[in-house]
Design a protein around this ligand. Structure first.
Ligand SMILES: [Zn+2]
Length: 340
C-alpha cells in the first residue's frame, strides 16, 4: 500500500509499505481517505529538536476514513462506519482521561504523524476508544478537518474562552484553517466578529464568510481599529494563534475582564506582557492545546448542522509537500487537505 513518509528532516517520499496486521484486541483497522494539513505538520517536516522520534515516519496527524476491520472486543464500531481518529495516543486510565480531558493525559504515548507513524497511509490500525463516528450528512473532507483544526477551535471558543452569543470576538489570521472556522462558528451563534488578514483578496473572502469587520494588518494597526470599532472598550474574546507579531496588540484589544485564548505561535514564541495591565484590566489568558474527544463529537455535530469548515485546496498524496509550502507561506484561505 502507499504511504507518505518523512525519511529525514525535510525529506518526504511516497513509499510502498506492507499492509498492517489484523487489528489487535480493542483496535480497528481504518482505510484512510483524507488527511488534513496543519502547522504541526510544518513543525514535523522541519524537525523539532525536542521531539523524540525515528525515521522513516509516516506523516499525517488529522484524517478521516472508514473502518474496514475490527479487533476482538470492539462492539461500538463495525466495518463500513465512517470515522475520524484522535491523533494523540492517550492512556485512557489517568484522571484527566477518565474525566473527559484527554488533552491533559498524564501518560500519552505520542501524537500520530509527529512522534509516531501517522495517517498518511492507505490502511492503519488505531484504538477503537480513540475513534469518533461521523454523523450522516457530513462528508469525509469536512470530517477530516475535525481532529486537529475544528475540534481545537471548538475547545478554545467554548471550553476555554466560554464565548457567548452576542459577544465581540477578534479572530487573528482569519484566512488560516482555524481562523476561518472560528469566524464561521462565532457568526453562527450571533457574535460580532472582527478579523485580521494580510491581503485584499483575503479580506474579501473573510467578509464573504460573514466577518463583520476585516482589518488588513499590513495596512492598519489592528489594535487601533479594534479600539475604534468597540468605542475604546475592546472585545470580549481574542482568538490568538499567531504569537509574537500580534501578541501585544491582541492584549491591547481586550476589554476589561476579557479573555484571550491561544493555541499557537506561528510568527514566533515570545511576547511581552505588562503585569500591571494584566491584573488591572483583569484579563484571562488561556493556553489551549489540542482538544478532548468530546470536542470532536461537538465539532462533527456542528458541521452536520451546517457550520462547515472552509476548504481551500485538496491535494493528491504526492503533493503534500506543496501543501506544506503553502501553509508555511500563509498562502491559504481555509484548510488544505490531501486525498489518498
Ligand atoms: Zn491519560
Amino acid at each position: 500500500m502507499r504511504a507518505l513518509q518523512l525519511l529525514a528532516e525535510r525529506e518526504l517520499a511516497v513509499t510502498r509499505r506492507e499492509h498492517p496486521a489484523s487489528p489487535g484486541p480493542g483496535e480497528v483497522q481504518l482505510r484512510i481517505r483524507v488527511v488534513g494539513l496543519n502547522h504541526i505538520d510544518v513543525w514535523g517536516f522541519r524537525g523539532m529538536a525536542f521531539a523524540k522520534r525515528q525515521y522513516p515516519l509516516v506523516v499525517g496527524a488529522e484524517a478521516a476514513g472508514e473502518v474496514v476491520a475490527i479487533g476482538e472486543g470492539v462492539t461500538n464500531l463495525a466495518p463500513g462506519d465512517r470515522v475520524v481518529p484522535y491523533a494523540a495516543l492517550v492512556c485512557g486510565t489517568c484522571k484527566p482521561c477518565r474525566t473527559g480531558r484527554e488533552n491533559l493525559c498524564e501518560n500519552p504515548s505520542g501524537v500520530r504523524g509527529f512522534h509516531i507513524d501517522g495517517f498518511a497511509q492507505e490502511l492503519t490500525n488505531h484504538p477503537a476508544r480513540l475513534v469518533v463516528k461521523i454523523p450522516p450528512g457530513v462528508d469525509l473532507r469536512d470530517a477530516a478537518t475535525v481532529p486537529v483544526a475544528y475540534a481545537t477551535v471548538e475547545h478554545m471558543l467554548f471550553d476555554n474562552a466560554r464565548l457567548e452569543p452576542g459577544e465581540w470576538i477578534l479572530v487573528q489570521a482569519g484566512g488560516s484553517g482555524i481562523g476561518s472556522i472560528a469566524i464561521r462558528i462565532a457568526k453562527s451563534i450571533g457574535c460580532t466578529v472582527i478579523t485580521t488578514v494580510g491581503s485584499a483578496d483575503k479580506a474579501a473572502k473573510a467578509r464573504a464568510l460573514g466577518a463583520d469587520h476585516v482589518i488588513n494588518y499590513r495596512e492598519d494597526r489592528f489594535e487601533g481599529v479594534v479600539r475604534k470599532l468597540t468605542a475604546r472598550k475592546g472585545v470580549d474574546v481574542v482568538f490568538e494563534h499567531t504569537g509574537a507579531d500580534t501578541w501585544a496588540g491582541s492584549l491591547f484589544s481586550l476589554k476589561r475582564g476579557g479573555r484571550l485564548v491561544t493555541c499557537g505561535a506561528t510568527s514566533g514564541p515570545s511576547g511581552n506582557i505588562n503585569l500591571m495591565q494584566l491584573f488591572q484590566q483583569q484579563y484571562r489568558i488561556i493556553g489551549s492545546f489540542g482538544a478532548p474527544l468530546s470536542a470532536m463529537t461537538r465539532a462533527l455535530d456542528r458541521i452536520a448542522a451546517g457550520v462547515r469548515p472552509v476548504i481551500d485546496t485538496v491535494f493528491a498524496l504526492e503533493d503534500f509537500r506543496a501543501g506544506l509550502a503553502r501553509l508555511e507561506a500563509r498562502d491559504v484561505f481555509g484548510k488544505l487537505l490531501v486525498e489518498l
